[in-house]
Design a protein around this ligand. Structure first.
Ligand SMILES: [Zn+2]
Ligand SMILES: [Zn+2]
Length: 318
């Protein structure tokens, strides 16, 4: 039997909200949309969903905890009808905000701006108005459990109580599921929202946006890696390749920063083991400013003439 607790990275004493949170976190991480084509993530994602379909359901969890192995292995419909966004963003808790990650560049972190982002937003189904039933129909009493929601059976002198599979423990069922929302009561629709970034803005900061339909959406900022600068706190680090002769005789050149271009001068006789510090030109937070550390990497010619060799030999005799 698979260890669903291990798969969801929780221990047996985890509360239902801990189970839910851990599932949410892992499902986000391994969701196929975020790991395109990665077979391992896909398998992990399936496994996580299988584990949650059991541990997230109280009656199934009870049976799993009490070793009802066969029940789970015979049930092949674990992932049927699985809807990522529904399960991630809507746990039946209407008050819960929609959370998304928003990746921004270092430039955006420093200069701000606007970003237009498409997000899936849950809306009440216009056809059934959230009831999950076709118009003009009503719920029917479950004839499998006689409206009790559970079934009792005797096994080895023990009374066992199962949740009724037909009505999922509700005691009644929906005989005419809404064809528009497939019984969800709501629909997911992509909506474009405008996110205003007010600089400076950093990793982990949250931005709240209201959609046209009044839904509150929460974006959590992630800083993208920069193609040229490495970041450590507010300090930026970069390597610049310089022809070895220029490192000896000095040279002026343009350095493109995040929001401007700066003329910098590499001093004569620069050693490659020394960092060149551009004070207070790093990232700005609301209270502090970092530095930029430039490392010059000497480059050498691929071929060299005899004449050049003689000059260098003379040079080394000084
Ligand atoms: Zn509907
Ligand atoms: Zn029933």
């Amino acid at each position: 039997m698979k260890d669903y607790y291990k798969i969801l990275q929780i221990d047996k004493s985890a509360s239902s909200s801990e189970i839910k949170n851990s599932y949410k976190r892992l499902a986000m991480k391994y969701h196929p949309d975020r790991n395109q084509g990665d077979k391992n993530s896909e398998l992990k994602f399936k496994e996580i969903n299988e584990a949650y379909s059991v541990l997230g359901d109280e009656s199934k969890k009870y049976e799993y905890d009490n070793g009802k192995e066969s029940f789970f292995e015979e049930d092949e419909n674990f992932n049927e009808g699985f809807d990522f966004f529904k399960d991630i963003f809507d746990f039946g808790d209407k008050e819960e905000d929609f959370n998304f990650r928003l990746e921004i560049t270092l430039e955006e972190s420093q200069m701000g701006g606007r970003k237009f982002v498409k997000v899936p937003i849950s809306r009440e189904c216009p056809s059934c108005e959230g009831s999950t039933r076709e118009k003009g129909t009503s719920l029917k009493r479950c004839n499998i459990c006689d409206g009790n929601g559970f079934i009792r059976s005797k096994k080895n002198f023990m009374n066992i109580q199962f949740t009724c599979e037909n009505c999922k423990g509700e005691g009644f069922y929906n005989p005419s599921i809404c064809k528009v929302c497939h019984g969800e009561g709501h629909l997911l629709q992509e909506e474009e929202v405008c996110v205003k970034l007010s600089a400076p803005i950093f990793e982990g900061e949250e931005i709240f946006v209201k959609t046209k339909g009044g839904q509150k959406v929460n974006f959590i900022v992630r800083l993208k890696e920069h193609s040229f600068f490495k970041r450590e706190g507010l300090n930026l680090f970069c390597d610049i390749k310089i022809f070895f002769v220029d490192m000896i005789v000095g040279k002026e050149f343009d350095l493109k920063l995040l929001n401007k271009t700066l003329k910098i001068k590499i001093p004569r006789c620069s050693n490659p083991d020394k960092n060149f510090v551009l004070k207070r030109l790093g990232l700005k937070s609301k209270t502090k400013t970092g530095d930029i550390f430039v490392k010059f990497i000497p480059t050498f010619p691929k071929v060299i003439s005899n004449k050049q060799i003689n000059i260098l030999k003379k040079f080394s005799k000084y």
